[in-house]
Unconditional design. Structure first.
Ligand code: FUB
Ligand code: ZN
Length: 699
């Protein structure tokens, strides 16, 4: 395809007629849920809040770093190499006498690194914040994609490469063709909604039309081995009005689970092909695949009003959040197959918790929230965001974790299943670089997850679901939100414009908060009774200058774990607000493994500033906690006998804090997401707790 030709899609509507109707709307734009996201035009992040700071870092550092890595890795060269004869890019190559080039990279899904980056960039261009390097990358990529797309709509630089023997659609289990399509669609929808630029949407629609012909109701009874296209196809339906895309998404959800995927290396669970989604009793298999599938299924349920599908999604979420999520919101405890693992199988040091799985989990949570209005999903969203997701990026915005452990031992060796060699801490890029550009796009669209409006009985309500410094506009009411959240629990909202009509402001009270107060213009509003569903509602005729102050009590908390979690049984983790904290050796003299914490001491914790996040605009906090050093004896037995009557003679029971050799100390902890920005030393989220332990000496 050589020109920027708009191909008519049956049923597709013009941008001005599409459900969203205008630019600056959000990434997920359903009209069928009980909440409607406000979107980019109506929520602008402020530079002093953590989300705004993250977004600015993304814009000025991470996007540039990613562009350079994507270029250096050859992703654009791969697209250039498959330019269609007669296309501008092919003509240019011919003029230069360029020879066919090998596909660069190991995986067939490397086009998605470009797509995810474009998705993020579309937001920055739409905001008017992109610089020349960013815009040039966007333009060059669009031109390459236009030139590379085949006449039938097919687009995949791996399968199209002259040097790759496999043919398109030959290997649906591993080929990732629809996974590629899904990310292309999401970039295209972002460009259409944020920039009003439909070039990518035309490309994506042509490929999606081919997918409909290939795999739709009249096509092959097959699915892609990697879910992702489901939610993207639903969004393409929302953007264009073409129901074929929704139908294909529904088919892809319901075909899976019937032994549909051709198995070679991985088992059916890996692909969520062991049981239909509607019948699954627990999240299973490859973590990213599972969560993307669940997000897509929720989208299908929303658009089709499919209650049983929504129930299945909610049931799976419940099971996951009760038995398979790390305290950080990380999903996936097995390096092997990048899989989720059994219920309660949550080892700290081998936590996989892929950064992409964190993003997928937030996408799933968001859709469930839009469908149900349940604040539990927003609680989970912020847990994942501030912990499992945020840990994926270094403070300087230019290095990434792929897997996110909750513990690093002093003698740790790199043994990750994803990237066996290389640095122990975050890396500039990966052979399988799925996570870095995923971080990029998510940072760019953070504002989409701040606020929603209600429908039906809640039509008149503006829901503020996440707290960060931002300006929010909703139906004639404008608010300026200022807060140091998540480091502090005070949120101030000032009305900057109002049409005077009565509106309800609903403020989320997170589940971790046991005491919330709110004042309007300095006067208390009864809060307790109002928060039964997690929302604190204030209704009035707002006038400019009205001030709402929400105080979320944010004491330091101690958490234990379910007795079935062998990996952390009897240990203690420290949290404050939505942040989980971690101890790093750099801040503590005594070896972390020797430090014992008592639940009773948590109330004596001090919250102190730290500059570890490196952002002048925000003041991150650390925690200092009274604790005890109970030295681990090098000669202790690995498996001391505990049998009644034998333990005493074999060794001594050491109740840690009470033993004469225990000495007091102060344990310093930092937000988990900031770990690993210094030397690769020891780190722990789960700490030793002052329960009796046995220190037996070898005889
Ligand atoms: O297969 C595409 C991506 O690569 C997956 O989502 C990640 O887990 C990584 O395996
Ligand atoms: Zn990833």
């Amino acid at each position: 395809m050589t020109d920027n030709v708009v191909v008519e899609t049956p049923g597709a509507s013009d941008a001005s007629e599409r459900p969203g109707g205008v630019q600056g709307v959000s990434a997920v734009l359903t009209e069928r849920g009980v909440r409607q996201p406000l979107g980019t035009a109506n929520v602008r992040l402020g530079g002093e809040g953590l989300w705004g700071v993250w977004q600015e870092r993304n814009r000025s550092r991470t996007i540039h770093h990613t562009i350079r890595e994507v270029r250096a890795a050859g992703n654009l060269d791969n697209l250039r190499a498959v330019a269609q004869p007669g296309s501008p890019v092919a003509s240019e190559r011919e003029a230069q006498g360029a020879a066919p080039t090998e596909y660069r990279g190991r995986y067939p899904f490397l086009d998605t690194d470009v797509f995810k980056t474009l998705e993020g960039i579309a937001y920055e261009i739409g905001r008017g914040e992109a610089d020349a390097e960013t815009t040039d990358f966007f333009e060059e990529s669009v031109a390459l994609l236009e030139s590379a797309q085949q006449d039938d709509g097919y687009l995949n630089s791996y399968f199209q490469a002259e040097t790759v023997e496999k043919q398109p659609w030959d290997d649906l289990a591993w080929g990732h063709e629809l996974y590629n399509l899904g990310h292309l669609i999401q970039a295209a929808v972002a460009a259409s909604r944020q920039m009003g630029d439909r070039r990518l949407l035309d490309i994506a629609s042509r490929f999606a039309d081919l997918a409909v012909r290939k795999l739709g109701p009249d096509g092959q009874n097959a699915v892609d081995g990697h879910p992702e296209a489901e939610m993207a196809l639903v969004e393409l339906f929302r953007e264009t009005g073409n129901r074929d895309y929704l139908t294909l998404a529904e088919l892809l959800v319901d075909r899976r689970g019937h032994g549909t995927v051709e198995l070679r290396v991985f088992p059916a669970e890996y692909f969520q092909d062991n049981a239909p989604f509607r019948e699954l009793d627990s999240v299973t298999g490859h973590a990213v695949r599972m969560a993307y599938l669940a997000a897509g299924a929720t989208d299908v349920a929303l658009e089709n009003g499919d209650e049983t599908l929504l129930e299945a999604s909610e049931r799976l979420w419940r099971d996951m959040s009760r038995t398979k999520l790390y305290i950080t919101g990380g999903l996936g405890s097995r390096h092997s197959d990048e899989a989720i693992g059994d219920r309660f199988e949550l080892p700290s040091e081998r936590s996989y918790s892929e950064t992409c799985a964190a993003i997928a989990t937030m996408q799933w949570a968001w859709r469930l929230h839009l469908a149900t209005g349940d604040t539990h999903y927003l609680d989970a969203f912020e847990t994942v965001l501030y912990n499992a997701y945020a840990a994926g990026l270094s403070s300087d915005g230019c290095a990434f974790f792929y897997d996110n452990p909750l513990q690093r031992r002093p003698d740790h060796q790199q043994r990750t299943g994803a990237e066996p060699d290389g640095e122990i801490l975050r890396r500039a890029w990966f052979v399988c670089p799925c996570c870095p550009p995923n971080i990029v796009r998510w940072m760019s669209e953070l504002q989409d997850y701040v606020a929603t409006t209600g429908v039906g009985a809640d039509e008149n309500t503006l829901f503020i679901g996440q707290y960060t410094t931002a300006n929010i506009d909703s139906d004639g009411l404008s608010l300026d939100m200022q807060t140091a959240y998540p480091f502090e629990g005070d949120i101030r909202l000032t009305v900057t414009a109002s049409e005077g009509a009565s509106r309800t402001l609903a403020l989320r009270v997170p589940a971790w908060c046991h005491s919330a107060t709110v004042t309007v213009n300095g006067e208390s509003v009864a809060a307790e009774a109002a928060t039964a569903d997690g929302w604190l509602r204030v209704e009035r005729e707002w006038v400019v200058g009205d001030s709402v102050e929400l105080h979320l009590d944010m004491p330091v908390r101690a958490h234990g774990s379910h007795p079935a979690v062998d990996g952390t049984r009897g240990a203690i983790a420290i949290a404050r607000g939505p942040l989980v904290f971690a101890a790093e050796q750099e801040d503590n003299e005594a070896p972390l493994d020797d430090i014992v914490v008592s639940v009773d001491d948590v109330s004596r914790a001090r919250v102190v500033p730290t500059d570890l996040d490196g952002h002048a605009e925000t003041q991150a906090v650390a925690i200092v906690l009274p604790a005890t050093i109970a030295a681990t004896r090098a000669d202790s037995e690995l498996y001391p006998e505990l049998t009644s009557g034998r333990a005493a003679s074999a060794g001594t029971v050491n109740p840690s804090a009470a033993t004469p050799d225990a000495s007091p100390t102060q344990l310093a902890l930092i937000p988990y997401y900031l770990w690993g920005n210094r030397e690769p030393l020891t780190m722990r989220v789960w700490l030793r707790r002052d329960i009796p332990s046995v220190t037996t000496e070898r005889k």
